[in-house]
Ligand binder design. Structure first.
Ligand code: AOF
Ligand code: ZN
Length: 356
C-alpha cells in the first residue's frame, strides 16, 4: 500500500465506518480513527463511544505498545480536539505518541475544542484536512448543525395518508402506517436525544414516547419527552411513566425552547406531533430534516399533516430536497431537507494546511 492520496481516502472511508459504531445520540459526535505505519499498513483502529469515554484517537493509541506509533499517520474523521473537556486533548496525546502526520476530514467547530490542527503543526506534525470532507460532514450532519447553530438539529416526522391527512375526520389516527414503518420510528426515536410533542397530542393520543423494540421492550437509549403548549396535561398521561422525566414548557418561543434544550445537552430533537407543533417549526424555518411516512390510503377531510406554515402563494412554497425514498411494508418513508437552509448543504472545502 502507498501513503498517497488514494490511500488516505481509503483509510478515511474506513475511519468513517468505525465512527458509525459509536452512538448517534448524545453531546459528542461519532468519530473514527485509523493509525497507519509510514508505509500505509493499519496499526490500530479506534472510535468514540460517547461523552465521558476516550476519544477515537486515544482509543486507537491505547491499543498500541509504547513507541509503536512513532512516525505513524493518524487518519481521523474530525480535527483532533485541543481542550480538556470530559477527557484530555487528543492533539497532545498524538504528539506524545510521536505521530508524524495527521489527516482529518472536518474541522472541529467548537470554540474551546478547536485549534488541534495548529497545535499539531506547532509541534512539527504534518497536518492535512478535508479528505472525504463532504461524506464526513454528511455523517456528522446532526452534530455539526447543532454545534454551529447552538440549537438541537430538528427532525420533523409525521405519518399521513397518501393524500396528506394525519387523521380521519373524527380525529382517530392510530395505525395510519403499518408495522414496519412504526418499527422504524422506534429505531429513529432511539437515535435522538429528545422527542417533542404538543400538549394536544398528549391529551388526544396519550403517547408513551418511549423507543421500543419488536416485542415492545424498551430499547437501550431513551429520548427525553418534551411537551410544548399551554393546555394542561392529565396527571395520569403515559409520558409520566416514561423512564426519563419529561420536560414540560408553556413557552411558544420555539427558538428559546431549542436554546434551552441545547443547554441541557440535547443535540437532536425529534418533533413527533401533532400538526400544530410541526407547522410551527416549519413556519419558523427551524426544521433540518423531514421524515414523512406515507400510507397507501386516502382519508380526505380536513385533518391535514400540516396546517398554516405561512405559505400563501405558490412562489412562497417551502422547497425541499428529497434525500431518499424507502418502502417499508406497504408504506413509504420520504426523507427530505429544506433546500434554502444555508447549513443543510455541506460547507465549502476546508483548505489543506500543510506544515511549514
Ligand atoms: C476528538 N476525537 O473522538 C471526539 C472529539 O468532553 P470531551 O472531552 O469528550 O470533549 C468533547 C468535544 O471533543 C466535542 O464537543 C468535540 O468538539 C470533540 N470530540 N474530538 O478529537 C473524538 N469525539
Ligand atoms: Zn479529542
Amino acid at each position: 500500500m502507498t501513503t498517497g492520496e488514494a490511500a488516505m481516502v481509503h483509510a478515511m472511508r474506513h475511519a468513517l465506518s468505525l465512527a458509525a459504531h459509536g452512538p448517534a445520540w448524545g453531546v459528542n459526535p461519532q468519530v473514527g480513527c485509523v493509525i497507519l505505519t509510514a508505509d500505509g499498513d493499519v496499526l490500530s483502529e479506534g472510535w468514540h463511544r460517547g461523552a465521558g469515554t476516550p476519544h477515537a484517537e486515544v482509543d486507537a493509541l491505547a491499543k498500541l505498545e509504547a513507541g509503536a506509533a512513532s512516525g505513524a499517520t493518524a487518519v481521523v474523521t474530525l480535527e483532533p480536539c485541543n481542550h480538556v473537556g470530559r477527557t484530555g486533548p487528543c492533539s497532545e496525546a498524538l504528539i506524545a505518541a510521536g505521530i508524524a502526520r495527521v489527516v482529518f476530514a472536518v474541522s472541529d467547530p467548537g470554540d474551546s475544542s478547536s485549534g488541534g490542527a495548529s497545535r499539531l503543526q506547532e509541534a512539527g506534525v504534518l497536518v492535512e484536512s478535508g479528505v472525504l470532507r463532504v461524506e464526513a460532514e454528511e455523517a456528522m450532519r446532526v452534530w455539526l448543525t447543532s454545534e454551529r447553530l447552538g440549537r438541537p438539529f430538528v427532525s420533523v416526522k409525521w405519518a399521513s395518508s397518501l393524500d396528506g391527512r394525519a387523521a380521519a375526520s373524527d380525529g382517530t389516527s392510530r395505525w395510519v402506517t403499518g408495522t414496519a414503518a412504526r418499527q422504524r420510528v422506534h429505531e429513529q426515536r432511539e437515535q435522538v436525544d429528545a422527542i417533542l410533542v404538543g400538549t394536544g397530542t398528549v391529551i388526544v393520543d396519550d403517547p408513551s414516547l418511549t423507543a421500543r423494540g419488536d416485542a415492545g421492550e424498551l430499547l437501550r437509549h431513551q429520548p427525553v419527552p418534551v411537551v410544548i403548549g399551554e393546555r394542561g396535561i392529565p396527571a395520569d398521561a403515559r409520558i409520566f411513566a416514561h423512564p426519563r422525566p419529561p420536560i414540560i414548557t408553556a413557552s411558544r418561543n420555539l427558538a428559546a425552547i431549542l436554546a434551552d434544550l441545547y443547554s441541557r445537552d440535547i443535540r437532536h430533537a425529534f418533533v413527533e406531533g401533532g400538526p400544530t407543533l410541526a407547522s410551527a417549526f416549519v413556519a419558523a424555518e427551524l426544521v433540518d430534516e423531514f421524515l414523512i411516512y406515507l400510507a397507501p390510503s386516502l382519508l380526505g377531510g380536513g385533518m391535514l399533516a400540516l396546517g398554516d406554515i405561512g405559505v400563501d402563494t405558490i412562489g412562497a412554497a417551502k422547497r425541499l430536497q428529497i434525500d431518499s425514498i424507502e418502502q417499508l411494508g406497504d408504506d413509504l418513508l420520504v426523507t427530505a431537507r429544506p433546500i434554502d437552509s444555508p447549513l443543510s448543504a455541506p460547507h465549502d472545502a476546508v483548505t489543506a494546511s500543510p506544515a511549514n
